[in-house]
Structures are given as C-alpha cells and as structure tokens.
Design a protein around this ligand. Structure first.
Ligand SMILES: Nc1nc2c(ncn2[C@@H]2O[C@H](COP(=O)(O)OP(=O)(O)OP(=O)(O)O)[C@@H](O)[C@H]2O)c(=O)[nH]1
Length: 310
C-alpha cells in the first residue's frame, strides 16, 4: 500500500508544529511517522512534537529543500522499510524552506511509487499583512505550493484584517482551500485522503532555483538555569533583530522543569514544558535572524548575563 505524504510548510513561526501536533492528536489510530526539519543546529521542534505513533525523525542544521535534500530521501526510504511501515508520513519543513524544491525531490520515481505526496498545507500567520505576503518571494512560493492554506493565529486579528489577507491569498493562489486554523485545528478530512485507492496526481514543478541564503541560525546553550527577569531584558534587546527564536530551558525560579520559549512576529511567550532530559544542556535556545544582523558573540554576551549568579 502506498504511504501518503503530507507536507506542512509555512514561514518561520507561522504555526507548523502546532498544526502537526493537532493532527497527531487526532490521528484516530492511524500509524503516523513525522519528519521534522529545523534549520538550527538544535532541533527544538522534534521535542515539541507529541504523539507521532510511529516516531519522530529529526533533521536539523540545514534545510530539506537544499542542504539536507539527500537526508530527506534517505529518511523516507528508511521509514518505508520499517515493518510495519507507517500508514502516513507528515513532513514539517523549516520556516525558510522553499517547498517547490521539496516537492520536486518527492517526485523521485522510487519515493513517488511507495510514498506519493498527497497534500501540501501552508500555514500562514493571520497577522501577516497582505502587503508582506505579496512582497515576500519565499512566502509566495510557500503559498503557491499549497493545496490547503491554514490561517493560524486568527485570534490575534480582527475580521477586516483576516478578510484582507484571505483576499490577498486568493489573488496569489486561487485554487487552494483556505481554512481558519486556530491553534492548529485543520480538519483532518482535508489532510488525510478519504479514498485510499486514489493515486495522487504528480505535481508540476518549475525549474530549480538557486539557493539564496537569507537567514542564519545561532544556537546558545548553557548548563545553568535562566533567570526569567533577565531573560525578559535580554529578549527585549535582541527581539528587534530576530526573525524567530525558540528554546527549552530550566529557570532559576522553577528549577527541575522545562519552560518552552517562543518568539515569533515580535511576540514572546513562555509555556510549561516537560521534565528536563538527562545528557542535554539545561538551556537551549535557537535564534534566527537575517544574515549578518546578529553575531554569535552578541548572542553569547546577552544570554550569558541571563544565567549569571548574583
Ligand atoms: N495565539 C495563537 N498562537 C498560536 C497559534 N498557532 C500557533 N501559535 C503560537 O505560535 C508560536 C509558533 O508556533 P509553532 O507551531 O512552533 O510555529 P512553527 O511554524 O512550527 O515554527 P518554526 O518551526 O520555528 O518555523 C507558538 O508560540 C505557538 O503556540 C494560534 O492559532 N493562536
């Protein structure tokens, strides 16, 4: 039986992991394997994915649309050799991935025969303005690859903003189904094929584009817990330069449990995470910025002050 692939794409921090987690939580007994690509050296997403019944494979420190494309194909081949193989495979791209290149690779005849690409979902942060969507080539490419556009964070915009964004999406890519996806809620029927005997049609893909390095990732780790008031100050300083940050760490205030830190679209949030794992640093944060905007020395300088003992 072919194993359908669901590709989840979308810009940095759009809400892809949230969509994947919602999907896995509503898998209704289906055996799903998740492949998660984080651009940074530390794959935070793999730890934030819960409930992939057939396991999570993490690909980090590069992008599966370019530097890690061979790793993706090898990973898929490995999943298909499992006994029993998964019933579905979900691939979460990194936020800087151009899905057109991934789609092209997934049409490799060997992969296509055993694991056809069924659906491409593009998660779009509903707070994105119509102008940004039109002006950003990467966002446009992510959108144009999609069968389904899932609007995340609809709770953060009013009806008029949402309507404008929907109109801009329709103007760029009228064939996609656009749905509101508050906290990742995309209807399963849009993602899982109803008719398992139907073979997906191969997709048209354009010529390969040269990879353009627009973002870089910097990782910071520490064996010491983070002080929350100091972190707040540090993020206040760094935020204007950041496209995205996320991390897992213990805090001075509540040692012995992990906090999940997220910064996207200038909004920082902190949520309780699981128990700290042995053998990994107590604090791990990945920062993503436009090339040349931030240096490792600056990150280290600002972040080390968050752990300094009085
Ligand atoms: N308010 C609100 N926040 C959301 C919603 N969906 C996702 N988020 C938050 O947005 C932040 C980023 O979500 P993720 O799912 O990690 O985004 P991502 O696209 O996987 O991020 P990258 O993999 O780093 O590109 C997290 O703090 C989520 O909790 C939503 O519908 N509403």
């Amino acid at each position: 039986m072919p194993v359908p692939i669901l590709l989840v794409t979308g810009f940095l921090g759009a809400g892809k992991t949230t969509v994947v987690n919602h999907l896995l939580a509503h898998a209704q007994g289906r055996r799903i394997a998740a492949v998660v690509n984080d651009f940074g050296a530390i794959n935070i997403d793999a730890e934030l994915i819960a409930g992939a019944s057939d396991g999570v494979v993490s690909l980090s420190n590069g992008c599966i649309c370019c530097s890690l494309e061979g790793d993706l194909l090898r990973t898929l081949a490995g999943l298909l050799r499992r006994d029993p193989p998964p019933e579905f495979i979900v691939i979460e791209t990194s936020g800087i991935a151009d899905p057109a290149d991934i789609v092209r690779n997934l049409m490799d005849p060997m992969i296509w025969r055993e694991a056809p690409l069924e659906t491409v979902v593009c998660v779009v942060d509903a707070t994105t303005t119509a102008t940004t969507l039109k002006d950003d080539a990467l966002l446009r490419s992510q959108l144009r690859a999609a069968d389904v556009v899932a609007l995340s964070k609809v709770d953060l915009v009013d009806g008029a903003g949402r309507a404008q964004l929907r109109e801009a999406i329709r103007a760029l890519h009228s064939v996609a189904v656009v749905v509101d996806a508050l906290h990742g809620e995309v209807p399963a029927a849009l993602l899982f094929p109803v008719d398992v005997d139907r073979v997906p049609t191969p997709r048209e893909v354009g010529a390969r584009r040269p990879a353009v390095d627009r973002f870089e990732t910097l990782s910071w780790t520490s064996e010491r817990p983070v002080s929350l008031p100091r972190l707040q100050q540090a993020i206040g300083r760094l935020a204007p330069k950041l496209a995205r940050a996320k991390g897992l760490f213990e805090t001075v205030e509540q040692p012995g449990r992990l906090m999940v830190f997220q910064l996207t679209g200038g909004r920082a949030t902190l949520a309780p995470g699981g128990a700290p794992a042995a053998g990994v640093p107590r604090a791990r944060i990945v920062f993503i910025a436009e090339l040349g905007v931030l240096s490792k020395a600056e990150i280290d300088g600002v972040m080390e002050a968050c752990t300094a003992v009085e």
